[in-house]
Design a protein around this ligand. Sequence first.
Ligand SMILES: Cc1cc2nc3c(=O)[nH]c(=O)nc-3n(C[C@H](O)[C@H](O)[C@H](O)COP(=O)(O)OP(=O)(O)OC[C@H]3O[C@@H](n4cnc5c(N)ncnc54)[C@H](O)[C@@H]3O)c2cc1C
Length: 416
Amino acid sequence: MKVIVLGAGIIGVTSAYQLAKSGHEVTVVDRQPGPALETSFANAGEVSFGYCSPWAAPGIPMKAMKWLFMQHAPLILRPKVDTAMLSWLAKMLSNCTSKRYAINKSRMLRLADYSRVSLAALRAETGIAYDERMRGTLQLFRTQQQLDASGKDVKALAADGIPYEVLDRDGCIRVEPALKHVRDKIVGGLLTPKDETGDCFKFANGLAKKAEGFGVRFSWGTEINGLDIESGRVRGVVTNREKLRADAVVVALGSYSPLLLKRYDLKLPVYPVKGYSLTIPITDALRAPESTVMDETYKIAITRLGDRIRVGGMAEISGYTNDLGQARRRALEHSVMDLFPGGDVSKATFWSGLRPMTPDGTPVIGPTKIAGLFLNAGHGTLGWTMSSGSARVIADLVTGRRPDIDATDLAIARYA
Ligand SMILES: Cc1cc2nc3c(=O)[nH]c(=O)nc-3n(C[C@H](O)[C@H](O)[C@H](O)COP(=O)(O)OP(=O)(O)OC[C@H]3O[C@@H](n4cnc5c(N)ncnc54)[C@H](O)[C@@H]3O)c2cc1C
């Protein structure tokens, strides 16, 4: 079959690779000059199979109110007269019940666990190097109150069968030796040892090269203007350069997916939630993290990527804008310099990206009411983590095979 993948972020590239491996003739279309240059470019680098839960959770509306007014706020809301934003926020709130949380979390965990196996397989078959490490995520608590409150996370991890360790101050220092310099600032932590880290951009670029080896064609610098649909079936894609014919089309446009789909009466509840990162060259490795440390106070992830520290976080609901606010940079600098001052922040690269968020945290993977049109989008906070499994699921569905995991509740039909 001729398959066109729209978007060459981590989701589009992994999808294209698996589709080509399944024997299809694949073309990937993207407006950028290369892979992973938008949201997949400089994310926090956590491959967090264990610590995988929706943001919409019981108690979040109250916590969100507090976060909005904090110094170095992890949440920023810029309300606008924007029906997409308001409707998305309302849907997000309606998912903050215990019942919805349990359903959404189990879907995310299913996909994350499948992604763990799929990423390991990809690593073995491609040999791509991406500053990967397999040393877990340490959620770091600065107050006793935070440590006590982690009891419910511990229960959830135990219930889901995910390995974890509750650590005291010395335990945290054993896992992250640089913390010995700031031992008075921490009280304990929660380690999920099976989590991994790695550079999403490097991985996507390595995999795109391998995909080319399987015959995948990449059309760079190409703007997607619309779909060609005849009698309820997708026939191709209209770009600023040419009209491409296809038997199947996979939409992997991240936050931009709903903008294309709404023209065809497909309402995909994905909204951009902006985050920021700093990438800092390491000058003193003894004061740098070994893996990912989640600073619970500021909700910021600090990750070791080779000879760099990547600090990422914040959730800004302000629409489609990539402006770089200096207050956000100061918040990231504050968190990292307070715990791991082993890098030169004057040489850091500051970046923002738009997380393609669904209100229930789970991506949308599967067919649509238009024959031949498939979605692999809305991976929100954990797109890098969930990419490898999502790609296998979509390749199976396009090919007409039954996926290894249940995917019926991942499709857009769940919002009907
Ligand atoms: C600050 C931050 C930290 C994060 N940390 C983590 C983390 O630690 N772990 C994790 O798992 N995830 C993390 N994420 C989330 C993760 O980065 C995203 O979920 C993931 O990158 C989404 O990938 P994507 O391929 O769907 O979207 P994108 O990477 O945005 O790809 C979409 C592609 O579509 C193209 N496109 C869009 N519209 C058009 C058009 N009209 N024509 C042509 N091309 C078009 C774009 O050029 C782009 O290449 C983080 C995100 C942010 C912002």
